[in-house]
Ligand binder design. Structure first.
Ligand code: SF4
Ligand code: ZN
Length: 727
């Protein structure tokens, strides 16, 4: 250990501890020892103090105990002329520094001084759990905390882009020479937030505690370590949390002290300045403190020093590609061209073919490329994507599962947004991506590369055709609609009672971290793209994937559709936020919704019934809200009694809100949706013993207000009016 590093770190720790002490004195005077103190949304008090020493800080007065403990850890600042103490005292100083920083930040919360402008501040437990999932399944190989500022904005951007491409979650903050990387990235319009894996924490060194007291919670949450098991906690973070610090710009005492704390947790620090290195390993897996002046090499040096294993998807496209870009949106201002949604006719389709019919890697564009969109008032084109796949182990049943991955695969390209599926897809390409050279063939190259990468086990060859002529798109679409129907038909005839296992789907947790779809034969996933058979096939393809078999076990309430095992599974997978879910009820613990629902079912109190509205319907509905307004209150993975996101086929299922009396409750739906489902709904009308029921469902051509609806229902003698009260 270099004498210089030790001296600076210990000096820095002293100054942080005295800052914490002064701040605490002030707070005790102004707010009193009984004032409640906590970070937002955590069950771990001040997490570092709790994890390492089991301190349960609830009131301001409790902090004094931590402070006296900190002081016992704090070594004297060594005499510069003497040979320095052993590494241990520097590490102790580091831990003392972190504990002091945690106190300072908690006090700032008490004074409403946090989070800082444009910063996240403290990281909540929810975020910790949901990202934990990604850590476990390998989508996220590690974490970086950047402290300071790059020499210029361009370097700042290139460093975070490199980290993004490797799916490394990057916390950015602190300052050097009065400048923070946060502002460098803001000036360059880099989109920051959890969705893009770049999270600003704060602009001073003290706020660097946020990523650290976030990391330590994982030891308790995922590692089964008890609060107060100091050594075990630190070993866990060293061995299991692949984090590292990247210090940009000159280091001062505070940064050395914070760095020493990070090293004590097993996180190495890499700097771009001429600092004394600490090579021997032990506390960290490899080197502890390392310098690297070459910005082109600095990210790979970090990964090497921390031992982060990265799977890079090398895809031959002109924009970066990684899961980190999945959550990114393309807004109107930055739109080069869009397909589908409300803008044009579009679809995506994947089918299996004989090996002789597929030429691997071939991408063919039939029609004009996106350069032809010149008219700024209409930035849209028709688009049909047809992927042909062959493989010795490929089965027809796998087609819909592979097809549904198009969503995720296309979204991974920076500047490309994908929503929906089948003939309800919506793709946007940003101006930035366009200017970098992104063209339609790249969509095909992405599908080719990713299908090979992730479905190696079943896919041998992939060929993609892209159609942009309106007549081609329409013609092919009318043909494949039959296939979509056949896929839906395969599941018909099966009942929930006839199986003893349902399938879960966790695909949407990437943006709705607590959402779980439970898929049964009579209730498909709410996006409409996953049936029970799809869940089953997907599990066969990837046994550790997002679709898991869940045995029903003992029934808890057959009418509501609740089973013990299912509830237990949902509780675990919703990060312990949802404890019971009814498969067949809209009122009593209904299923949660992520955001991709094809339709929303909503209770209309005046009608003693429900309405359904689909995504394509832009008009007003009898509950006084449009689809968009409804969607904003239903999504996000929460239970909202009275509202339900559903796949459209569920409306014609016998299990459609059967706990509340089923289809007979349906009072209103848009005409178009009614027509799409006409055959199925007429058949169901027979089954429920009311052959004319289909005609009793109102639509927007009949009424759009609750008042008019009730009049209509009375006129046609709608059964909902006679049913037991819904509310
Ligand atoms: Fe899976 Fe449900 Fe998302 Fe569809 S909506 S992909 S079924 S989690
Ligand atoms: Zn979803």
């Amino acid at each position: 250990m270099s004498k210089f590093v030790a001296t600076s770190a210990i000096r820095g720790a002293h100054s942080l501890v005295s800052e914490a002490e002064k701040f605490l004195d002030k707070a005790l005077k102004e707010k009193g020892a009984k004032a409640i103190i906590s970070f937002p949304e955590t069950a771990f008090y001040l997490p570092l103090a709790y994890a390492l020493f089991a301190f349960e800080v609830k009131e301001l007065g409790d902090i004094s105990r931590i402070l006296s403990h900190i002081k016992s850890l704090l070594p004297k600042v060594p005499d510069e002329k003497l040979w320095l103490p052993y590494l241990g005292s520097t590490l102790d100083a580091g831990i003392a520094a972190l504990l002091a920083e945690e106190i300072i930040m908690a006090l700032r919360y008490l004074y409403n001084q946090e989070p800082q402008t444009d910063c996240n501040g403290f990281f909540s437990d929810t975020v910790m759990r949901s990202l934990g999932i990604q850590l476990v399944d390998g989508r996220m190989p590690g974490f970086a905390a950047i402290l300071g500022a790059a020499p210029d904005n361009k370097t700042a951007v290139s460093i975070v882009r490199e980290l993004q491409e490797r799916n490394i979650l990057t916390f950015v903050g602190c300052s050097s020479n009065g400048r923070s990387i946060i502002d460098q990235l803001r000036e360059e319009n880099v989109e920051m937030g959890w969705d893009t894996y770049i999270v600003p924490y704060g602009r001073d060194t003290q706020s660097a505690i946020y990523p650290l007291n976030w990391a330590v919670r994982s030891a308790i949450t995922f590692g089964g370590i008890k609060a107060g098991q100091t050594k075990e906690c630190l070993l866990y973070t060293k061995n299991r949390v692949f984090a590292f610090g990247l210090a940009l710009g000159p280091l001062d005492d505070l940064k050395y002290a914070t760095g020493a704390g990070a090293i004590a947790m097993g996180f190495p620090v890499i700097a771009d300045t001429d600092i004394p290195e600490i090579k021997p390993s032990g506390v960290t897996t490899y080197e502890a403190l390392v310098k690297e002046f070459d910005y082109k090499r600095i990210v790979s040096r970090c990964l090497e020093v921390r031992g982060v294993k990265v799977k890079i998807s090398k895809i031959p496209i002109p924009v970066p590609y990684a899961a980190a870009f999945e959550g990114e949106r393309v807004r109107k201002e930055n739109l080069a061209v869009e397909f589908g949604g409300k803008a044009s006719t579009a679809f995506e389709f994947l089918e299996s073919k004989d090996a002789s019919e597929v030429e691997d890697g071939k991408v063919t564009l039939i029609g004009e490329d996106i350069d032809s969109v010149k008219d700024a008032s209409k930035l849209s084109m028709p688009l049909g994507i047809v992927a042909k796949v062959s493989g010795r182990k490929m089965q027809k049943d796998f087609e819909p599962i592979l097809e549904r991955q198009i969503h995720r695969f296309v979204n991974g390209a920076m500047g490309v947004m994908h929503i929906g599926q089948r003939d309800m897809n919506w793709i946007r390409i940003s101006k930035d991506a366009f200017n970098k050279g992104f063209r339609l063939k790249h969509l095909g190259l992405i599908l080719h590369a990713m299908l090979h990468q992730e479905y190696n086990a079943i896919v041998d060859k992939v060929e993609v055709n892209l159609y942009t002529k309106q007549q081609d798109v329409e013609k092919i679409l009318s043909g494949i609609k039959k296939t979509f129907d056949e896929r839906d038909d395969r599941i018909r005839g099966m009942t929930d009672e006839s199986v003893d296992t349902f399938y879960s789907c966790l695909l949407c947790q990437s943006f709705a971290p607590n959402h779980v779809c439970m898929i049964t034969p009579e209730r498909l996933g709410l996006c409409g793209a996953y049936s029970w058979l799809d869940g089953k096939a997907s599990y066969e393809i990837t046994p550790t994937g997002p679709n898991q078999p869940v045995p029903k076990g003992e029934a808890q309430d057959i009418k509501l559709g609740q089973w013990k095992n299912i509830n237990k599974f949902l509780y675990e997978k919703s990060n312990k936020t949802i404890s019971s879910v009814s498969m067949y009820s809209i009122m009593n613990n209904p299923q949660t919704s992520c955001g991709c629902f094809e339709c929303i079912v909503a209770v209309i109190p005046e009608a003693n019934g429900v309405m359904v509205v689909n995504r394509d319907f832009t008009g007003m509905t009898p509950v006084g809200m449009t689809f968009t307004t409804l969607a904003s209150s239903v999504g996000g993975g929460m239970q909202t009694p009275g509202f339900l996101g559903v796949g459209k086929l569920y409306i014609a299922s016998k299990k459609f809100i059967s706990a509340e009396g089923g289809l007979k409750r349906l009072a209103w739906m848009p005409k178009e949706l009614k027509e799409v489902l006409a055959d199925k709904l007429k058949a169901r009308s027979q089954e429920i013993g009311d052959p004319n029921f289909f005609e009793k469902i109102a639509d927007e051509t009949i009424c759009t207000t609750a008042e008019d609806l009730v009049q209509f229902l009375q006129k046609v003698k709608h059964p909902a009016l006679e049913m037991p009260a819904l509310l």
